[in-house]
Design a protein around this ligand. Sequence first.
Ligand code: FEO
Length: 506
Amino acid sequence: MEISNTIRYIGVNDHKTDLFEGQYQIKSGISYNSYLILDDKTAVMDTVDARFSHEWLDALQRELGGRKPDYLIIQHMEPDHSGSIARFLSAYPDATIVSNEKAFAMMQKFFGVPKDTDKTLTVGEGDTLTLGQHTLTFVLAPMVHWPEVMVTYDALDKVLFSADGFGKFGAPDVDEPWKDEARRYYIGIVGKYGPQVQALLKKASGLDIETICPLHGPVLHAPLEQYLNLYQTWSSYQPEEEGVLIAYTSVYGNTQAAVRKLAEKLRGLNCPRVELRDLARTDSDQVVADAFRFSKLVLATTTYNAGLFPYMRRFVEYLTERNFQNRTVGLIENGSWAPRTNKLIHEAFAGSKNITWLEDELTINAAMTEENQQTLQKMAEELCQDYIAQDSNTADKQDMTALFKIGYGLYVVTCRDGERDNGLIVNTVTQVTDTPNRIAVTINKENYSHHVIKQTGKMNINCLSTEAPFAVFEKFGFMSGRNVDKFEGCEPLRSDNGLVFLPRYI
Ligand code: FEO
């Protein structure tokens, strides 16, 4: 397969393995990708799992068309990609292996490949290798997903060879959408390493990329925004979608009855999305990916051997070890004589950042009571509070308690110049009088928003919560609406005056 005139795909599809890395279901298989660059010199990008060496070497030989490979570039030493190094070296002993210091140390341990010989070339951050017209630049990407990982940029064809990044479960010969299996792959494999992925995205933002060649799944072509935006969301641990995931276990059906009732109440309150998952009957990595996908999570389980029911214990471990954060979480516990799972789950998430616990938590003693039903109603209302406020039909537009939220804080003031929405950060909002209600906002006259508000006489004030991430300040504090569309790509929510308000962090 041609990636460009001079870059060929030589990967293989694996439909034999049942569990990837010994734990992830791969019903649509998986691919181990490898690429060949044909120039004055030829370079092979990574190898494949050892079980597919011959198939890969056949493809390589075919695409070489009688030439020999000059370089083998190793970006990642995990055996699903490095497993055929030894067979490659037997077939092409004159090739030079190009990799970084950490990878060569691992290569020696895995395959006895000696370091620092005339057949190895050690590269580091920003180093380049010229093949002729192609010049490859190496960028270190530690912990995306192992410490030795690096990615490679080809400026000629604007290709980023992204190692494990941007991969997905499912071999490319199976036609399925990218997002769901890429999310399950990302959260499962790299989810723990959000800051390291953020660092790589920052480096990649300086490159002109038209094609991403990962080590698993399909090659991605421009426009790449959807992929880059999802990686930005996932790696910053932000929810991808508004909605409530209810993950539960149930022994005799009483906990299941409670979560079904909660789901019914949530749907009645127009919750945008409600998903129920029985942890004993759904692949845990799928539910973990769902938990990272949605903004709110309810955990309902039974006390078992004085601890968490096993499927819930495992699920909570999966979440916390992947740095689950920035979510609202509600709890339901069930126990016939000593329910204690709510307390245990609180303890399990003690090290997790920005978990907002629902005020009301439910304890069921064996089966639900009328009082339990009322608590479920309160939980549903609290979970839907934002959605009720954002819906023009259900919002309390005379809710003057908003005035009590004005403090010494930071605010996003939004306005509209007739064609485009704009917003800026201010720190001076004061309630001046109660009757009539008057609020003073101070905006620098140099700012474009000042000009727009003066012209239109309209603005909205969004009181930012302490959970607002730095990205909000970057967007609304460091750029001018005169030359940047700060709501580009958003589907904004609007109040009755036609101006936008922020969906989160207010
Ligand atoms: Fe696909 Fe980290 O190996």
